[in-house]
Structures are given as structure tokens and as C-alpha cells.
Design a protein around this ligand. Structure first.
Ligand SMILES: [Zn+2]
Length: 382
């Protein structure tokens, strides 16, 4: 038995709350003291994490220790639920990473709580330069249900989300088969036609992965795959809101088109996220430079080499911008992604106590975390 209470202003409503936590669960929510200076939000939910704090899920060396460390670093940055995201790679490498994550979940209740399932981004994406992004072309391949079933057998059904390009001939059939197995299908890294986008929606796809990135730099003005995804209400879009991947006008317009309910923020962070600024060697792309503002570029160029902000950094940046309101930025990083992982990211009695208390720094508006609870357990190092 463990009990504590946490007080602050609810970031969604501005009301002050006192939340009683017992045995990992929110027992009650009452009105708190009017002078509360801290803010409260549900723990952040990130549907796309390739790495963070120097820990990499895609370098071919994942073992359970990497997963333990990554989970703790993310929790200390405010992300209490995340989907480890494995990109295009040979089947053996995908399977080895899945096995390592499955072993980490079995060994550690914090990891089991933080990782509801795994997101495989690829390998059935566009082979074309541009939409393929940084995924290695030699491992791009057509959808194969036999391979999907091998992933699941190796990991006790740990894959719960797959991002693919619906241009493949057998895409609709593959999507329907995954959806019938309870797996989320997202569209991304694609050069598909608008017809193929809508056919994927017919087959059961429900997400667009980092809409506006992983797409050709040149498109016909209309029709094209961006308009098709913006217009299709069956698709919830994820966005990389680090301030570098999408210009403010683009993100603002896309949020209006999808509506706040169908919009989700992801970090898409790579291993260098959360590290000090400097020049590093990356397994994909060689020498890269991490700038103080979180922009990660190929060294000596302006080309992005991945996203290097935590989800909390992205939320803070968006909250400070004119793109959306603060409570909307949080909604897109808590309740909205939470709907895809069994209803997380909400404050209500009976829910697991995944909670943040924090302040906004006066000069930068960055989020300074004071407490991070995962099922009631404090995750901030002291
Ligand atoms: Zn991607």
C-alpha cells in the first residue's frame, strides 16, 4: 500500500486540483488550494520513439538493458507511455529487437507499463528517394503476412502498430489482415495515389504517420496524397512538432484540416535526443550536428538527420507558439494518442496514476518537471 497526493492547476481546464493516488491508481480528484503554482497533466504518450538519451532501438544492438535505460530516461523527461519504433531493417534485426523488448517487459513492471506494444515503421514503405526518408532502400520490401506472423511469434504478439505505404499491390489485403488481428495500421513514407490512400482507409487504416514528412518534396498541387489524408476523417494524423520538421503555417493548417480530435504529436526522437549539443557519429548518416535549439542536421549542412526533442520539449514549444493553445498541445500528447493505447492520458478516478507536475520556465516557457509518476511510482531521479 502506498498513498500520496499531488496538487496543482489542471493544464486542460486551469482549475486547481488535489489528486489522491493510492496503489498506483487515481483514487479521487478534488478541488485544490487556489494558490497552487504548479501545473498538472497526465503523463505524455508518444507513439513514435526510435531512441533517446543515447539509447538506440535501431542500431542492431538492442538488449533488455537498453530498453530499461531508455524507458527510465523517457519517464524522467515526462513520457510515461511510448511505442518503441523499429524502422526498415532485415527481418532478423526486427525480430531480435522485438525479442529484446519482450524480455525487458517480462523482467520489469515499469517497462511493461510504459510500453503497451511496439510500432514497426517499415519495411513495406516507398522505395523512392524522398518519401523513403532515411530508411535504407535495400531492406524495403512488399507487405508479407507470413513475415508479420513471424514477428508476432517471436515476441508474443508485441507488434501493435505498423506504418506502411499503401502503394503496394497487396496493401489493402495486408491492412485488413492486420486490423483483424487488432493491429493499428498507419500510412507513411509513401508516394501512394489519393485512391490508394482512401482504399487503405476502407481496409481499416486509422493513422497517418508524421504527416507532411516522409513525402516527396515535389507534389502535384491537387489531387495529391496530402490532401487525401487531410480530407479522410478515418485517419488521425501524427505530427512531429519539434519546430524544425514542419513550418508553423503548415502545421497550423494541417491541425485545422484534421481537427484537434484527430491530431497527435509524436517526438519521432532518435538516440541523440536529450544529449548535450555537439557533433556526433550516427549509425545512419555519419557525422551529425545537434544544435542548442534541438535541430539535428547532417554535419555542415541544413539537412535534418532526425528529430532530437523530447515530447515535452515539443509540447512546450507548441504551447508557446501561436499554432495552438497550451491545453490543445497537451491534449495532442496525452488523451489523443492515449486513445490508441487503451485509453491512457486522462485524469479521472480509477485511471492509472501516470501524472506530471511541472512549471513553465519564466524566460523560455520550457517545461520544468517537478514530479513524474508512473502508476504512482516517482520516476524523476533525486
Ligand atoms: Zn518516419
Amino acid at each position: 500500500m502506498s498513498a500520496r497526493s499531488i496538487e496543482g492547476r489542471d493544464v486542460a481546464t486551469g482549475r486547481t486540483l488535489r489528486i489522491a493516488v493510492e496503489d498506483g491508481v487515481i483514487r479521487s480528484i478534488e478541488e485544490g488550494p487556489p494558490h497552487a503554482e504548479s501545473w498538472i497533466a497526465p503523463g505524455l504518450v508518444d507513439l513514435q520513439v526510435n531512441g533517446y538519451g543515447g539509447f538506440d532501438l535501431n542500431d542492431g544492438q538492442v538488449d533488455p538493458d537498453v530498453v530499461f535505460s531508455l524507458t527510465r530516461r523517457l519517464a524522467a523527461a515526462g513520457t510515461t507511455t511510448f511505442l518503441p519504433t523499429l524502422i526498415t531493417a532485415p527481418e532478423e534485426r526486427i525480430v531480435a529487437a522485438l525479442r529484446a523488448i519482450a524480455r525487458a517487459r517480462q523482467a520489469d513492471p515499469l517497462v511493461a507499463r510504459a510500453i503497451p506494444f511496439v510500432h514497426v515503421e517499415g519495411p513495406h514503405i516507398s522505395p523512392e528517394d524522398g518519401p523513403r526518408g532515411a530508411h535504407p532502400r535495400e531492406y524495403v520490401r512488399a507487405p508479407s503476412l507470413a513475415e508479420f506472423d513471424r514477428w508476432q511469434r517471436a515476441s508474443q504478439n508485441l507488434v501493435g502498430m505498423v506504418t506502411l505505404s499503401p502503394h503496394w499491390e497487396n496493401a489493402a489485403e495486408y491492412i485488413a489482415a492486420l486490423v483483424s488481428r487488432g493491429v493499428l495500421v498507419a500510412l507513411g513514407h509513401t508516394h501512394a495515389t489519393p485512391e490508394q490512400i482512401h482504399a487503405a482507409g476502407d481496409a481499416g487504416a486509422t493513422l497517418s504517420t508524421h504527416l507532411g514528412n516522409g513525402v516527396s518534396p515535389v507534389l502535384p498541387r491537387h489531387p495529391n496524397l496530402l490532401w487525401a489524408q487531410l480530407a479522410d476523417d478515418r485517419l488521425t494524423a501524427t505530427f512531429i512538432a519539434d519546430g524544425h520538421h514542419l513550418p508553423a503555417d503548415t502545421l497550423r493548417s494541417m491541425l485545422r484540416a484534421k481537427g484537434m480530435e484527430r491530431s497527435v504529436l509524436v517526438s519521432d526522437s532518435v538516440a541523440l535526443a536529450g544529449m548535450p549539443p555537439g557533433t556526433y557519429h550516427s549509425p545512419i548518416g555519419g557525422a551529425v550536428e545537434l544544435h542548442p535549439d534541438g535541430r539535428l542536421c547532417m554535419a555542415g549542412s541544413n539537412f535534418l538527420a532526425g528529430a532530437a526533442c523530447s515530447l515535452a520539449d515539443a509540447v512546450a514549444r507548441l504551447a508557446k507558439s501561436s499554432v495552438c493553445a497550451t491545453h490543445e498541445a497537451f491534449q495532442m500528447a496525452t488523451a489523443n494518442p492515449g486513445r490508441f493505447v487503451g485509453g491512457r492520458g486522462v485524469l479521472r478516478p480509477g485511471a492509472a496514476a501516470d501524472l506530471l507536475s511541472f512549471r513553465f520556465e519564466a524566460d523560455t516557457s520550457a517545461i520544468r518537471l517537478q514530479s513524474v509518476l508512473t502508476e504512482g511510482v516517482e520516476c524523476l531521479p533525486h
